[in-house]
Design a protein around this ligand. Structure first.
Ligand code: NAD
Length: 461
């Protein structure tokens, strides 16, 4: 039996271990999932909606327990972890309306009636990263269950605990055994077994672009549907005609939330040259003001990085002699602490081009709108971004011109369960959340019913 030791990122101490499963466990899970899915899809739409609301209520009742698990396992600040548990509840509640609303269509045709059915795919695999373990799992299992599927989640090796607990809560709240299963294990073992399994019809993968490419290649072997939510290197564009004070005060929270371990982190700040000096003067105290510390404390805004190997990776972007403009603070002692860091590198530096996934942001100047758009789009990624301007026409022009799936104007808007989320270019394929997410977990079946002439009407007219 292989065991994974789980380390508290704030103390660097091992606090639990988890059995890592193998490919045989995936086979067993798929058999159980298929059985559960048949009874789930066969139950009434209203009862499926009620069951999802009961699951949401169980998450609500255990929100503090789930948050505490995430604080210990992932180093997330308590306030953030509570938001994450509440977000899972909200995702389930939002999609609990789906079973009674997932309607097909009636299409006008000659010679009969044509109708479509939105049928469940069957069993869906959801492979998640370590940065937002429970929320990202719920973006997959919420709409997938709502569309009548069973779900097998493979959590990231370092952070399986909240997903495991959510699957227990699903059963405790009344969902059929086997309908939502969580299989901790290695990506190249359990992850690959899920992608290759003939009994699984779709895979939702969230993680790095490098692994996402491999997932897509492997899924191609069995022509399996994939949704990919991958990396980002998003721009925060600050124009001279913006509220510069607000843009500077909020910029740290657009990138340093979750210690920068956020696919939507606005990790490239682009500032119009005429306000560059003013912006940097205002940014420095804002960065110094980010409260970095014990994730269990109420007022903490930023915790540690998730692990030692990840700390090493982030630190490699700030070598001796790096163009550091200024830095915030971080606790000394054990734990994977890294202070918020602002760099002013050359445009071709790897810190400008690669996803760092830590509390490191680069600042560059631009001259006009066209250059700002060109710089924002000069990336293999296209996930998120912010635009700061008081000029409505400019806000609309730039929003349309930046090749990115999720933009916010005069804010660093977080993900909302009710609006679609996903990336352009190498940030991914497909969209999660929002009103259309359940459709991504269905097959459309078209049925034509021939309607002949009324035999009794023959010869009467
Ligand atoms: P990762 O790609 O290393 O791992 C993600 C998951 O894939 C893990 O569960 C891992 O075990 C599994 N995996 C690894 N190799 C596999 C294989 N060969 N087959 C199947 N599964 C395999 O990513 P990570 O380091 O855990 O997460 C960080 C990355 O995730 C960042 O690039 C970040 O931008 C991205 N991310 C994207 C989104 C989004 O919605 N676009 C959200 C969060 C994180």
């Amino acid at each position: 039996m292989t065991v994974m030791e789980l380390v508290n990122p704030a103390t660097a101490e091992v606090f639990a271990d988890v059995e890592m499963l193998d490919a045989a466990a995936v086979d067993r899970a798929v058999t159980d999932a298929q059985r559960a899915q048949r009874s789930w899809a066969g139950s009434t739409p209203a009862s499926r909606g009620m069951a999802l609301r009961a699951f949401a209520a169980a998450v609500e009742a255990h929100r503090r327990e789930l948050a505490d698990l995430e604080v210990t396992n992932s180093g997330h600040p308590l306030g953030q972890a509570m938001w994450e548990a509440d977000h899972v509840r909200d995702v389930l509640t939002f999609y609990s309306a789906t079973p009674e609303r997932l309607a097909g269509r009636q299409i006008p045709v000659s010679g009969g009636v044509d109708i479509t059915f939105a049928e469940p795919i069957g069993v869906v695999g959801v492979i998640t990263p370590w940065n937002f373990p429970m929320t990202i799992a719920s973006w997959g299992f919420g709409p997938a269950l709502a569309a009548g599927n069973a779900v097998i989640v493979k959590p990231a090796e370092w952070t399986p605990l909240t997903s495991i607990r959510l699957a227990e809560l699903a059963v405790e709240s009344g969902l059929p055994e086997g309908l939502l299963q969580v299989l901790p294990g290695r990506g190249d073992v359990v992850g690959e077994a899920i992608i290759g399994h003939p009994g699984i019809g779709k895979v939702v993968f969230t993680g790095s672009t490098r692994t996402g490419r491999r997932v897509m290649e492997q899924a191609a072997q069995s022509v399996k549907q994939v949704t990919l939510e991958l990396g980002g290197k998003s721009a925060n564009i600050v124009f001279a005609d913006s509220d510069v004070a607000r843009a500077a005060a909020t910029a740290p929270y657009g990138v340093f939330d979750n210690a920068g371990q956020d696919c939507c982190a606005r990790s490239r700040i682009l500032v119009q040259r005429s306000i560059y000096d003013e912006f940097m003067e205002r940014l420095e105290p804002a960065v110094a003001g980010v409260r970095v510390g014990d994730p269990r404390d109420d007022g903490t805004e930023m915790g540690p990085l998730v692990s030692r190997p990840h700390w090493e990776k982030v630190a490699s972007y700030v070598p001796d002699g790096a163009p550091v403009a200024f830095r915030g603070s971080a606790p000394d002692g054990p734990g994977f602490w890294f202070p918020p860091t602002v760099l002013t590198p050359q445009p071709d530096d790897r810190s400008v081009r690669e996803e760092i996934f830590g509390p490191v942001v680069t600042v560059q100047a631009f001259d006009d709108e066209a250059q700002a758009v060109a710089m924002a789009n000069d990336s293999a990624y296209g996930l998120s971004g912010s635009i700061w301007t008081e000029n409505l026409s400019r806000a609309m022009r730039v929003s349309r011109a930046v090749a990115s799936g999720n933009l916010s104007v005069n804010s660093h808007s977080a993900v909302r369960y009710s609006t679609p989320f996903g990336g352009y270019k190498q940030s991914g394929i497909g969209r999660e959340l929002g009103p259309d997410a359940p459709s991504a977990f269905t097959e459309t079946k078209n049925v034509f019913i021939a309607v002949g002439p009324d035999p009794q009407a023959e010869g009467t007219s």
